[in-house]
Design a protein around this ligand. Structure first.
Ligand code: AVJ
Length: 321
C-alpha cells in the first residue's frame, strides 16, 4: 500500500503530503493552502464580517498611526521590512503617515511570491508614489539574514495579520528568535497577535456561514487532486473547527464523512479513511499578554509597548532586543 520513501518525491508538497497522510493522526500543512486559488480565498476571508482580525488590526493601526510611526522613526532614516506583505492594505496606513510627516525610510516588503510583490509594487506606484519600494522575493529568514549582513540602517520589522498564529509555541519562539538574531539594539519589531476572546466569536471567524473558510480549508484536497493526481471527492469531507479556551488554540480539520480509500497517483499512495476520521490542517493560535511576554522572553526579545482595539480583540506589540 505504501510504496515510496525510496522514491524521490517531485516536490516538498508531494513529500509533506505523503508524510501527513501516512501519519496517525493524519495531518496536512496549512502553508500549502496558499496557491493562486488559496490566495484568492484568503482575500475573501479577510473581507468577511466574521473575520474580525482584519478590521481590528486596521482600526488599531489607524487610531495609533501617529504614535506607531513616532516609535519607528530615527534621525538617519530607517528600513521598514514587512514579512508576508500581502496586499498591504494595513501597511499603507503607515506608509501614508510616514510620507505625510516627511520621514525618511525605504519600504522592503518580503514575500515568497513574486506575483504578490509585483502587484503590491504596482499599487504603491499608483497610490503612494512617494514611497521608495525595494521588493525582496524569498523566504523570511534568508532575506532577514541577507539584510542584516549588509545593512547598517535602523530596521523596523513588521509582521501583521496574526500570521504567527499558524505556528505552535515552539515554532513561534524559533521564528521570533530568528528575527531577534537579525536585529541590532536600535531595531524594532512590530507584530500583530489575535487575542483570546469569547470562544463563539473565534469559532464564527473560522466557520463562516457562506462556506468560504470551508473552501479555503478544502483547497488542500483540491491541490492534491490537481498537482498530485489525487482522487478526493471534496464533498465527502466536512470542514470542522474547534477552539480550546484553555490553550487558546483554534484548530481546523477535514473530517471524512464515510469509510473511503483515496488514490493519490503521483505519490503512489492509497489512503484509507475510516468513517469520521480526521485530517488536521491548521492551527490559529490566540494569545494574551502573558503568552506573548513568555514567547518574547524565550526568543530574547522584550515587549516595549502594545496597542489594542476598543473591544480588546486584537493587539499589536512593539518588541526590542
Ligand atoms: C493568515 C494565519 C492569520 O489563522 O487567522 C484564516 C489564516 N485560516 N481563516 C488565520 C486563516 C482560516 C489566518 N492567518
Amino acid at each position: 500500500m505504501k510504496n515510496p520513501p525510496e522514491t524521490m518525491f517531485e516536490s516538498a508538497f508531494a513529500e509533506d503530503t505523503y508524510k501527513g497522510l501516512t501519519s496517525y493522526p493524519k495531518y496536512l500543512l496549512s502553508k500549502y493552502i496558499y496557491d493562486k486559488r488559496g490566495d484568492k480565498l484568503f482575500q475573501k476571508i479577510m473581507d468577511m464580517p466574521e473575520y474580525y482580525l482584519t478590521s481590528s488590526e486596521f482600526d488599531i493601526i489607524e487610531q495609533n498611526a501617529h504614535s506607531i510611526i513616532k516609535s519607528f522613526s530615527s534621525k538617519s532614516g530607517f528600513d521598514l521590512i514587512e514579512l508576508g506583505a500581502g496586499d498591504g492594505k494595513k501597511t499603507k496606513i503607515i506608509l501614508n503617515k510616514l510620507v505625510d510627516e516627511n520621514i525618511e525610510f525605504n519600504y522592503l516588503p518580503v514575500d515568497i511570491s513574486q506575483n504578490v510583490l509585483d502587484e503590491l509594487k504596482e499599487s504603491l506606484r499608483n497610490e503612494i508614489p512617494e514611497v521608495n519600494v525595494e521588493v525582496q522575493q524569498g523566504t523570511y529568514f534568508k532575506t532577514l539574514e541577507k539584510l542584516s549582513e549588509y545593512n547598517t540602517r535602523k530596521k523596523v520589522i513588521i509582521v501583521l495579520g496574526s500570521n504567527i498564529g499558524n505556528l505552535n509555541h515552539k515554532e513561534a519562539v524559533d521564528f521570533l528568535g530568528n528575527i531577534a538574531e537579525a536585529m541590532s539594539e536600535e531595531d524594532m519589531l512590530f507584530m500583530g497577535f489575535d487575542q483570546k476572546k469569547h470562544p463563539q466569536k473565534i469559532l464564527d471567524a473560522y466557520n463562516d456561514s457562506e462556506g468560504i473558510t470551508e473552501d479555503f480549508n478544502k483547497n488542500l484536497l483540491v491541490r492534491i487532486n490537481n498537482e498530485l493526481e489525487g482522487e478526493f471527492d471534496i464533498d465527502n469531507f466536512l470542514h470542522w473547527e474547534t477552539y480550546d479556551p484553555e490553550t487558546g488554540t483554534a484548530k481546523s480539520f477535514l473530517v471524512s464523512k464515510k469509510q473511503q480509500n483515496i488514490n493519490i497517483k503521483k505519490i503512489g499512495l492509497e489512503v484509507n479513511f475510516e468513517a469520521w476520521e480526521s485530517i488536521h490542517t491548521e492551527i490559529s493560535q490566540k494569545y494574551d499578554d502573558s503568552i506573548v511576554n513568555w514567547l518574547a522572553d524565550e526568543a530574547g526579545l522584550s515587549v516595549e509597548k502594545s496597542f489594542q482595539d476598543r473591544e480588546n480583540c486584537y493587539k499589536n506589540y512593539i518588541f526590542r532586543r
